[in-house]
Design a binder for this molecule. Structure first.
Ligand code: ZN
Ligand code: FE
Length: 255
């Protein structure tokens, strides 16, 4: 299996998942069709499927263009029937996805939207706008409880899981993280490394789940430093995981 990251629109990433035995591929979150088709041609593979993590246009905008000249399976959560263009396979937690001889599975992770899913292929996680590198998606349709539950589910994956998210947001996410946890040494060194990569215009995605656990403020509801930072702004704050998460999310919305 081979993964090809494709920069789309302003700061989106689509991902080709290629089965090298059969030269077939699936595309995760095609924001637009043309750059995907160019890359498919370059890789000399046949596109078989679209895997949408959620219904937002910046993740599904290429569906119609890709479907115009070929028939493809289109995967997305079953509740997004009518919201994901061309959906043929409504999936739910635990469903299997097959691309050639490559197998993956579906994780249901609502919060950013009510029908958000992730696709896990081996230790490669395609998580759309739920978990970002050093951040998480906004709660457009879900509750803090839901999003916290979804992030906790992803944290249960092994530390070496590679996090392939939907956007290049790492640098600004880390700038926010530094305001809450300025003494976290792993955070400081990640911020320096990421700034170096961005200066050269390089991608900062994927990260690993281990890195996220140590530096992503949306997964660090147990961090004493983050809790103290939040308490300074709202002394009455309860320190249970959901309240800490919800407060970090609110601060980021206004950052
Ligand atoms: Zn989105
Ligand atoms: Fe998005």
């Amino acid at each position: 299996m081979k993964i090809v990251q494709i920069p789309l629109l302003r700061d989106n990433y689509g991902y080709l998942i290629i089965c090298q035995k059969t030269n077939t591929a699936g595309i995760v979150d095609p924001s637009e069709a043309e750059p995907v088709l160019r890359r498919v041609e370059l890789e000399k593979v046949t596109l078989k499927a679209i895997l949408n993590t959620h219904h937002h246009r910046d993740h599904t905008g290429g569906n119609e263009g890709l479907l115009a000249k070929r028939s493809l399976e289109v995967y997305g959560h079953k509740s997004d029937q009518g919201r994901i263009p061309g959906l043929t396979r409504g999936v739910e937690e635990g469903d299997e996805i097959v691309i050639g001889e490559v197998r993956g599975s579906v994780l249901f992770i609502p919060g950013h939207t009510t029908g958000h899913v992730a696709y896990l292929f081996g230790n490669n996680l395609f998580c759309g706008d739920t978990l970002f590198t050093a951040g998480c998606g906004r709660l457009f349709e879900g509750t803090p409880e839901q999003m916290h539950g979804s992030l906790k589910k992803l944290m249960g994956l092994s530390d070496d899981t590679k996090v392939y998210c939907g956007h290049e947001y790492t640098e600004s996410n880390l700038r926010f993280a530094m305001t809450l946890e300025p003494k976290n040494h792993k955070l400081i060194s990640r911020f320096e490394r990421v700034q170096g990569l961005r200066t050269r215009g390089a991608s900062t995605v994927p990260s690993t789940m281990e890195e996220e656990k140590h530096t992503n403020p949306f997964l660090r509801w147990d961090s004493k430093e983050i809790q103290a930072s939040l308490k300074a702004g709202s002394p009455g704050l309860r320190l249970d995981p959901v309240s800490v998460f919800a407060t970090v999310r609110k601060l980021k919305d206004a950052f």
